[in-house]
Every structure is written in structure tokens, then in C-alpha cells.
Write a protein that binds this ligand. Structure first.
Ligand code: ZN
Length: 522
């Protein structure tokens, strides 16, 4: 007698591994990034504080569809110098082991996309090729990237989907995570066969990096129009390569993901690429000189404090954060102004921390890391010490706990507060200042070592001013010693013949069954 089937079919939940391996590595910062500088979260810990990030978007989207989330490893932290290669190999090995052990149906990974180690300028490509090798060809991998990624062919060859956030400052990182998840689920449920078409333009943008105005707004607006006009297009990502990468093939990259191969979008990719090249002279910043910035503080009637973006020493772009240029200007030439700034200086931070609050100190601060920088002698009183841990206010990375190591605040001339940190920190967030017991609303200026993102996290707290300062955090033609990168305007590139390359070959899948997000039958 045949057994009768009595069990009803079970709905299979998608089992998705999530992780983050996000570092922006500046090839001209000599301070090597070791494990001590990274924020590392393991397993469930990485979901507890996931907010204000692409990773948080993954988690939110997966919860919405009741997928089984398999948290693996999250590596993040302030941008900085190359990651020590042995640190990278060790963490990658742990990440791969965790992914393999979780036996996922698919993988969601947040990468910055401009990670480099002391041995490879394409650490993101290394991560993705190692991941692909470990999980095999049949597990879809979707990657959410920063739009300042250095997108390499190795990355596109070893992933199923790579998309970027679309805004600078990055106000849409959560949306990027949500979209990458949606696309990945569409792949798992048979609605999307992603094919990527990419075009590379051999140039950096020397300025005008914001997406809400100027030439980038125009390019994104054209991309949005193309996406509406072409049914097959699922995503257009526009990458403005991190300018302090030093690698072959660095340049602007436009990627289009279509559902199935659509040769007609090659022309779309080339058209968007040409808009970069044809408008290359329009990518210029309008920075104030140091003198002009301080004249504005002295004479302006904008909301105080003025938020001085120290463009050359931007920790947000991987500079060490050890410049004293703005400190010296304030101390030597503006005797009535009050302000606050951070300086990365482990030796003096620890020294002041150890002598403690109330002690009078004379220290030669800053200038110990960036090539060509000088230190500055200050004399003052230690007014605050801490272990340097703080919770970012956000929105970008809000809720995450970062750490600047042993930290001491020195009050100089009874008006300038110098925050000495042991490690470079997330200078785009006001919690760096407020966590040290400082009320910035009473000050004339706050120096931030951030070029874009502080305008999000400091919104409403002061008036942004962008200052041209020296350092390895800002691109100026002829000032950084590129060994591998060849690009306009650094090099005399005459011809720009744009080639569109395709990754992945597939037939389009029917876009049906949209509402059934986890309905695969077992
Ligand atoms: Zn970025």
C-alpha cells in the first residue's frame, strides 16, 4: 500500500549571510591600519547597533521579509592608511569561515570599495574572489558600496550584484542596503538575472563632489532619466573613485545592471561616461584659504560656530588628522576667537591623559605622521581625559560606538580646546566634541576633518566652511606621489575612447510574483 502524503508543503525562508568589510585606505598616509584601529563586530553583535549604514539597510530589508539573517563579521572604522596585510588576511579568513559555516542561500556584503592593504591596492577584489571561491558559483553575492569605490573588474567578476549609494554626502546608505537586498531576493526567487555593463573613464574629479548640485547632479539626473526609459535597467551606479587610491585603472566608473543581457545599454553607459569627460573642467571646488576662512569667522554674522572643514587633513578621506595649520592660525593671529579641534597624536594624548585633569602641560603636538608636517608647541591645562569611546549621533553611522583611544583635552589661552586623540576618529560627527564635555554652541569655530559628511551629522549646529589646507586627504594636481595610477588631470591623457564591458551573461527573467518575497517551496 502506498503511503499517502500527509504533510503540507513548508515555505522555505531565505537564509542570507550578512557582513561588512568596509575600509577606505589612503595610499599616502604612512600610518598603517592595524586591528587596533578597526571596529570589529562578530555574529549577532553586528546587528545590535546596525544603523545609518548599508549593513543596517540589509538587516531592515531582511527583517521585513522574515528572512533568516546569518550575521558573520563586520569590519569598519575611520578611513586611514593601508591595512596591515597580515591583519587583513586574518580577518578575511575569519569572515570566510563564518560565511561557510552559516551555509547561506545568498550573501549580502557591505564594502567601501576603496580598501587596500600593504600588499594589494584591490583588497575588495581580493575579498570577493576569495568569497566566490569559498562558496562556489551558485550562491548569489550582492554588494552595497560607497560611491567613492575604486571598482575593479575583479570585484565585478566575483559578485552577482554591485551597487552604490547615490548621494554625496551619503544620506542614502540605508536605501542602498534595502535595494541590494531587494535585488538579491529577486535573484533568489527567479525574477532577476543580473548582467552588469561597466564603463571606466580615466579621470578623477578634482572637486565638485557633491551630488545635489553641479556636474554630478546633471549626470545623476541623466542616469535617472535613462533608468526610466529603459525597461531592462535595474540600477545605475556612478562611482567617483577615491582619489587617494594609487592603482592601475583608477577612474570614474558607471555600472548598469540589467535584467538579462541588453546590448542597447552599452550606449547608455558610454553616454554617461562621456558626460564626465566632456565636463571634466567643471569639477572644481571653491575652497577658502586659511586667511579667508578666519576673516569670515571674525566678521561674518552666520550661525556660530563656523565648522571649518580641514580639507587636506580629512580623516574622512584617510588622512592622519595630525595637522596644526588651523590651530596655529587661531593661536597666532586671532587672539579673541574660541574654538575646538582634534589632533591625532598618541604620544601626547597618553602623556596628558596620564598627568590628568588640572595639570599644566607644554607639548609639541601634531605633525608626527603626515610627511612634511611640523608639530606645534602648546602650553595649557588638561581639562578632560577619557578612554575616547563615544556613540555617533548620526545620521551617518548614528548609534555606532567608535573609539579614539586615550584622549585628553588641553585648554590653551583659555579659548582654544585641543582634543588630542590616540587614534584618528570619525570627525564628521559632533559626538567627538560633545563626548569630551565640550559645549560647542559657545565657540566661534569647530574644526572638522571631514569634507562632506559632517554637513549631515552637524546639520543645524553651525555654518560649514571649506578650507584649502595641506595634507594627503585632498587631491591637488602634482602633490601626491602616484606610482601606478594614470588619470586626468594628473597625467596628460588625450584620448578618451570609452569601452563598455559586460559581466555575467543571462537571459532576462519574467518580473512576476512580485509580492511573494519568501515563497519558495521546499
Ligand atoms: Zn564616500
Amino acid at each position: 500500500m502506498a503511503l499517502q502524503e500527509t504533510t503540507s508543503p513548508k515555505v522555505k525562508r531565505h537564509r542570507i549571510a550578512v557582513g561588512r568589510f568596509a575600509h577606505e585606505s589612503n595610499g599616502f598616509n604612512p600610518l598603517v591600519t592595524t586591528e587596533n584601529f578597526l571596529l570589529i563586530q562578530r555574529g549577532g553583535e553586528l546587528m545590535e547597533r546596525a544603523s545609518g549604514s548599508t549593513l543596517a539597510g540589509f538587516v531592515q530589508a531582511l527583517r521585513d521579509i522574515d528572512a533568516e539573517i546569518l550575521p558573520t563579521l563586520s569590519i569598519s572604522g575611520a578611513a586611514g592608511g593601508f591595512i596591515a596585510h597580515d591583519t587583513f588576511v586574518k580577518l578575511l579568513s575569519e569572515f570566510l569561515d563564518r560565511v561557510e559555516a552559516s551555509k547561506p542561500d545568498a550573501i549580502l556584503l557591505e564594502l567601501h570599495g576603496a580598501m587596500a592593504t600593504t600588499e594589494t591596492p584591490d583588497a575588495d577584489g581580493w575579498v570577493l574572489s576569495a568569497l566566490r571561491e569559498r562558496v562556489g558559483p551558485n550562491v548569489p553575492i550582492a554588494v552595497g558600496l560607497d560611491l567613492h569605490a575604486h571598482v575593479t573588474n575583479k570585484m565585478l567578476e566575483n559578485s552577482t550584484i554591485c551597487i552604490a549609494c547615490k548621494e554625496n554626502p551619503h544620506s542614502d546608505v540605508i536605501e542602498c542596503g534595502l535595494k541590494a537586498t531587494r535585488m538579491l531576493v529577486d535573484v533568489l526567487e527567479g525574477r532577476l538575472a543580473p548582467v552588469t555593463t561597466a564603463v571606466r573613464i580615466p579621470m578623477v574629479i578634482p572637486g565638485a563632489g557633491e551630488t545635489d548640485a553641479g556636474p554630478l547632479f546633471d549626470i545623476h539626473e541623466t542616469a535617472r532619466r535613462f533608468a526610466t526609459e529603459h525597461q531592462s535597467i535595474e540600477d545605475i551606479s556612478i562611482y567617483n573613485v577615491f582619489r587617494c587610491v594609487d592603482d592601475d585603472d583608477m577612474g570614474q566608473v558607471v555600472t548598469l545592471i540589467t535584467n538579462g543581457a541588453d546590448p542597447s545599454v552599452k550606449q547608455v553607459a558610454r553616454t554617461l561616461g562621456a558626460k564626465f569627460w566632456d565636463n571634466r573642467d567643471a569639477f572644481r571646488d571653491n575652497l577658502l584659504t586659511v586667511k579667508e576662512a578666519f576673516a569670515l569667522i571674525e566678521n561674518g554674522d552666520d550661525q556660530k560656530p563656523y565648522l571649518l572643514a580641514d580639507m587636506g587633513d580629512r580623516i574622512g578621506a584617510g588622512a592622519p588628522g595630525d595637522s596644526v595649520v588651523l590651530l596655529s592660525e587661531a593661536l597666532d593671529h586671532h587672539p579673541t576667537l574660541s574654538g575646538v579641534l582634534t589632533i591625532t597624536d598618541e604620544k601626547n594624548a597618553v602623556r596628558a591623559y596620564e598627568v590628568g585633569t588640572g595639570a599644566e602641560v607644554t607639548l609639541d603636538v601634531g605633525g608626527h605622521i603626515t610627511p612634511g608636517f611640523m608639530s606645534r608647541r602648546i602650553a595649557g591645562r588638561v581639562v578632560h581625559i577619557s578612554e575616547g569611546e563615544y556613540t555617533l549621533a548620526g545620521p551617518l553611522c548614528g548609534g555606532e560606538i567608535w573609539d579614539m583611544g586615550k584622549t585628553a583635552v588641553i585648554l590653551v589661552d583659555d579659548r582654544i580646546l585641543v582634543i588630542l586623540t590616540s587614534k584618528p576618529t570619525a570627525d564628521h560627527d559632533p559626538a567627538v566634541v560633545s563626548s569630551q564635555g565640550i559645549d560647542m554652541s559657545k565657540l566661534d569655530f569647530v574644526v572638522v576633518k571631514s569634507g562632506y559628511h559632517f554637513t549631515l551629522n552637524y546639520r543645524g549646529l553651525g555654518t560649514p566652511v571649506f578650507v584649502e589646507t595641506p595634507g594627503v586627504g585632498y587631491y591637488r594636481k602634482g602633490t601626491l606621489p602616484y606610482a601606478k595610477g594614470r588619470f586626468w588631470p594628473e597625467h596628460p591623457i588625450e584620448l578618451c575612447e570609452l569601452t563598455a564591458t559586460t559581466f555575467g551573461v543571462a537571459e532576462a527573467r519574467p518580473k512576476t510574483n512580485i509580492n511573494k518575497h519568501h515563497g519558495e517551496l521546499e
